[in-house]
Design a protein around this ligand. Structure first.
Ligand SMILES: O=C(O)CCC(=O)C(=O)O
Ligand SMILES: [Fe+2]
Length: 307
């Protein structure tokens, strides 16, 4: 179980003057780098998303998940994990839906229209993608690889995934989502007040993440871990549920585009830091990841393209 007294670092991104080159930018950048080396994860305080939008997002999620299963199943996608996921015996509490294109998604789920859902999701993704970009700029600067900024920023797409974990209706702890690392670039999670997310430290302790209305959880995925040649950590995490209440969460995932080869910059490879992964295409890696073997191995990426 999660350790009672450990906490993730909390970094404040609400400062008005948070622009590249300012003193406050450099201070926050230092905190981001330290947190990502040590934990691969941190809490971000970010007040650019209004209280109204923060509340609407969970109302929208509830409205969506309350729909009949038949309706939710209309969200299909050729890409794994982008469509409706749920009703799995191994994760009976979990349901999720990927939203690639919110207008199309809204049209499929509500053919009669649902402008308020569409607008809420759209504003949320747009506003939160600013935080994603700020963090990624800081990462490249702190690693001294600014010259790859445009290439890196253009190498990803966003996916918003909304998630619901039913309360198990018992005080016993039940698995919500099994232990995994994220395989994308950067993940930013936001959730309602029901606890459950746990992040594993490098020395093997589980940290319970305590949600608050203005904290977002930022996490490095394996693709970024590979690209920065292991300079930042990509943490194992899981969701454990107890009690009656449902946990709603929403993840903004930056994901490498198909056809983009992830290859560590030469600046990050030397005798002390030998190359960890051979260059790979994320979408080709996904095909392996979702095979039985890919799901079984401790590190699918290492098995797939470890150097
Ligand atoms: O629900 C959460 O907070 C975590 C979800 C998660 O880890 C994932 O979707 O990869
Ligand atoms: Fe995850």
């Amino acid at each position: 179980m999660g350790s009672e007294n450990m906490k993730l670092p909390n970094i404040d991104f609400s400062h008005e003057d948070l622009k590249p080159g300012t003193l406050v930018w450099n201070q926050v950048k230092g905190q981001v780098h330290k947190a990502l080396v040590e934990f691969g994860c941190f809490e971000a305080s970010f007040d650019k998303i209004s209280i109204h939008l923060r509340n609407s997002i969970f109302e929208s999620l509830q409205e969506l998940f309350d729909l009949p299963l038949q309706t939710k199943l209309r969200n299909i996608s050729k890409k794994p994990f982008h469509g409706y996921v749920g009703q799995y015996p191994a994760a009976p509490l979990y349901e999720s839906m990927g939203i690639d294109d919110v207008e199309k998604f809204t049209q499929i789920i509500w053919p009669q229209g649902n402008p308020s859902f569409c607008k809420t999701i759209q504003s949320y993704s747009e506003q939160l993608s600013e935080l994603d970009q700020t963090i990624r700029k800081m990462i490249l600067e702190s690693l001294g690889i600014e010259k790859y900024m445009d290439e890196h920023m253009n190498s990803t797409n966003y996916l918003l995934r909304v998630m619901k974990y039913k309360g198990p209706q018992t005080s016993e702890i039940k698995i919500g989502l099994k232990t995994h690392t994220d395989i994308n670039t950067v993940t930013i999670l936001y959730q309602n007040q029901v606890t459950g997310l746990e992040v594993l430290t490098r020395d093997g302790q589980w940290i319970n993440v305590e949600p608050t209305p203005n904290t977002f959880i930022v996490m490095i995925g394996d693709s970024l871990y590979a690209w920065v040649n292991g300079r930042l950590h990509s943490p194992y995490h899981r969701v454990m549920m107890k009690g009656n209440e449902a946990r709603y969460s929403v993840g903004l995932f930056s994901i490498p585009k198909a056809g983009y080869t992830i290859k560590a910059p030469e600046e990050l490879v030397d005798d002390e830091h030998p190359l960890l992964f051979k260059p790979f295409d994320h979408v080709e890696f996904l095909a392996f990841y979702y095979t039985e073997e890919g799901q079984r191995c401790a590190s699918a990426l290492k098995t797939y393209c470890g150097a």
